[in-house]
Design a protein around this ligand. Structure first.
Ligand SMILES: [Zn+2]
Length: 282
C-alpha cells in the first residue's frame, strides 16, 4: 500500500495535492501526474540557502542539510527512491553523507519521510520524531522495513549538534505530529531566525479535534521568530523564484521576514473555506 502523501488530492488542493493558488513555480504549474512524479525525484541543483543550511532535495521535494563541525542534520529524506539523489547533492556540496548524524522530518507522510530507514542504513544517523507522529511513522514501512525511531521529542524540545540548536514546535493539523523547526544561523555578521515550516494544508474532512489543532497551529506559526521561511514544499516559500534570484547574484532572497506568514495566510483561508463546507455535525 502506498503511504498517505501530499500527492493525494483533495477538494482543498490542486493537482498532486499542491494548493491552488496563483504564482506557483513554473515546474508546479504544469498539469499531469507523470510530470509531478518525475519532478518529485528529479535532482535540483544543491545550493547554500543561508548560514549553514543547504538545499539537497529534488525539484519539488525539499530536503535540507544543516552542516556542523560535529556532523550534519538532514531534514526530510523524502521518498526512499530519492536517497541516492540526496546523497549526491550532499557529496556535490563537498560534505560526506556518512557525516549525517540526525534525521528529522516535518511530518509523517511518505513524500517527506519514507526514506528514513534507507538513509539511516546509508549513514548510521539517528532518526528523531515528534511523539504525536510516531504511530503514523511506524506504519510507514517501504519494502517492509521497520521505520526507525531512535529518539522521540515533544513540543518545545531542542535538538542540538555541533553548535546548531533546533527547537521542535508541534504545529499539528496536517498530521497529528506536524513539526515546525526553528533555529538561528549567522550570515553577514547577523543572527537570522530560520523556520522549517510544516504543511498547514487541511484535509478535505476536518474533525473537531483537527480543527482545534489547526486553530492552535496557525497562531503558533505566526508567533515564531522568522527571517527565513523554509518548508516541506517549495511553493510554501517561493523556492524556485528565490533560487533564481540567488543565482543572479541578488542579496540573499531567502532572507525575507515579510513572507514568513504568507503560507499560513493562504492555508488558513482554505481551512476556513473547507470548514464552512463541512456537513453539519449530528
Ligand atoms: Zn503531507
Amino acid at each position: 500500500m502506498d503511504h498517505q502523501a501530499d500527492t493525494v488530492g483533495s477538494p482543498a488542493s490542486g493537482p498532486a495535492g499542491h494548493p491552488r493558488r496563483a504564482g506557483v513555480a513554473p515546474t508546479q504549474r504544469r498539469s499531469g501526474t507523470a510530470v509531478f512524479h518525475e519532478e518529485f525525484s528529479h535532482p535540483e541543483t544543491p545550493f547554500r540557502v543561508v548560514g549553514n543550511i543547504y538545499y539537497v532535495g529534488t525539484v519539488t521535494l525539499p530536503s535540507f542539510l544543516i552542516a556542523t563541525p560535529q556532523g550534519h542534520i538532514l531534514v526530510n529524506t523524502t521518498y526512499e527512491r530519492n536517497a541516492r539523489v540526496i546523497e549526491k547533492s550532499v557529496t556535490d556540496l563537498g560534505f560526506k553523507f556518512s557525516d549525517v548524524k540526525i534525521i528529522l522530518g516535518n511530518h509523517a507522510h511518505g513524500d517527506h519521510q519514507e526514506g528514513d530507514a534507507l538513509v539511516k542504513q546509508m549513514t548510521g544517523a539517528q532518526v528523531m520524531a515528534m511523539a504525536e507522529d510516531v504511530p503514523a511513522l511506524r506504519d510507514m514501512k517501504p519494502g517492509g522495513k521497520e521505520h526507525p525511531i531512535d529518539k522521540i521529542f515533544r513540543d518545545g524540545d531542542t535538538i542540538a549538534l555541533g553548535g546548531t540548536t533546533l527547537v521542535a514546535h508541534l504545529t499539528a493539523g496536517h498530521t497529528r505530529g506536524c513539526t515546525t523547526f526553528t533555529t538561528t544561523v549567522q550570515e553577514g555578521g547577523r543572527t537570522l531566525n530560520v523556520m522549517f515550516g510544516c504543511s498547514l494544508r487541511s484535509p478535505a474532512v476536518i474533525s473537531p479535534a483537527v480543527a482545534a489543532e489547526f486553530d492552535r497551529s496557525f497562531k503558533k506559526v505566526r508567533s515564531l521568530p522568522c527571517d527565513v521561511q523554509l518548508g516541506d514544499h517549495g511553493a510554501q516559500y517561493n523556492m524556485h523564484e528565490k533560487f533564481a534570484k540567488l543565482q543572479e547574484g541578488a542579496p540573499n532572497p531567502f532572507i525575507d521576514p515579510a513572507s514568513c506568514t504568507l503560507e499560513a495566510d493562504v492555508q488558513e483561508a482554505m481551512f476556513k473555506a473547507t470548514l464552512a463546507e463541512q456537513p453539519p455535525r449530528q
